[in-house]
Each structure stands twice: as structure tokens, then as C-alpha cells.
Design a protein around this ligand. Structure first.
Ligand SMILES: [Zn+2]
Length: 164
């Protein structure tokens, strides 16, 4: 995914916030988790000069986040249970990012047991630029659908808030 991470985090965060309306930090925490892995692009372009696929960085490895969540969630549940839903939203947003990246991008799903990338759909290199390959492939319709759903949900929420 290229553009749908923030909108997908918004949709997931709205769903979690609906389940727990009093948890104010759920939506921003979920949205942060949904975009955080792609912050590695700064390192990819500015430090490593594109030497490695940025999906090889630890922020794009599901097992890394599963380990962090396995340590963090019990601590939060014990120390600050009121923050648990926001922290859960953060990790859910992260996993949603990695799931969406798995559609057409490569993810190290089996790391540390395998260094092999996995993806669901192969986007052929039919265009001169990688970005055109994705935008002109049917999988981009999924991305557009997520963006449209998020926009629809946002407008509905604003309209409802203005009427209240
Ligand atoms: Zn990503």
C-alpha cells in the first residue's frame, strides 16, 4: 500500500473508539501505528541511500512488533489499564499496516525462521516507474476503496458532530 495506511488506521481507530467511546487516545494511537512503519523511509533515503529494501528494516517485521506487544501489553494492563485500549489500537494499527503491505509489497512474514519475502499479489514491472506499476494495477482499487471509506466515515462523523 502507498496511500491507504493513514485512512485504514482512521477506520480501525474509529471502530475501536466506537467500542470504547471514553478512550480519547484510541484514534490517534491507532493512526500512528498504521503509519509508523513507513517512517523508515527517512532512513532508507537519507542514511542507507536505498541500499536495502525498506521492508527489511525491523519496523516492517511482524515478529518484532509481536515481541514488543507481548512485553508491552501485559505491563500496560497491569500498570495503566485505562491506557490499554489505546496501546492495543497502536499495535492493531501496526499489524494492519503490515497486512496491507503484504498485499502487493514484500513482507518478512516468517522472520526469524526465514529471510524470504511474502506477498499476496505480484505487481508486474510493466511501467517505467515502480509507482506507475502500482497505480495502474487493479490492486490500487483496494487502496482507493479504503480511502473512499475513510473519507465517507470522516464526513459522516463531522456531520453528526455539527448536528449535536
Ligand atoms: Zn510499509
Amino acid at each position: 500500500m502507498i496511500l491507504a495506511h493513514l485512512p485504514s488506521g482512521y477506520l480501525l481507530g474509529k471502530g475501536l473508539a466506537r467500542a470504547r467511546p471514553a478512550a480519547a487516545w484510541v484514534l490517534p494511537a491507532t493512526m500512528l501505528g498504521a503509519v509508523l512503519p513507513d517512517f523508515d523511509l527517512f532512513w532508507f533515503y537519507l542514511i542507507d541511500d536505498r541500499a536495502f529494501h525498506h521492508h527489511r528494516y525491523w519496523v516492517h517485521i511482524p515478529a518484532f512488533w509481536a515481541a514488543v506487544a507481548a512485553i508491552t501489553l501485559p505491563l500496560v494492563a497491569f500498570l495503566t489499564p485505562r491506557a490499554l485500549i489505546a496501546v492495543l489500537g497502536f499495535f492493531a494499527g501496526l499489524m494492519l499496516h503490515l497486512l496491507l503491505d503484504t498485499f502487493a509489497g514484500d513482507i518478512l512474514l516468517a522472520w526469524p525462521w526465514s529471510d524470504r519475502f511474502f506477498h499476496l499479489i505480484t505487481v508486474p514491472a510493466a511501467q517505467s516507474h515502480w509507482l506507475l506499476n502500482f497505480i495502474l494495477h487493479p490492486v490500487f482499487l483496494l487502496e482507493l476503496a479504503i480511502i473512499a471509506a475513510a473519507l465517507w466515515t470522516f464526513v459522516q462523523a463531522r456531520t453528526k458532530a455539527q448536528k449535536a
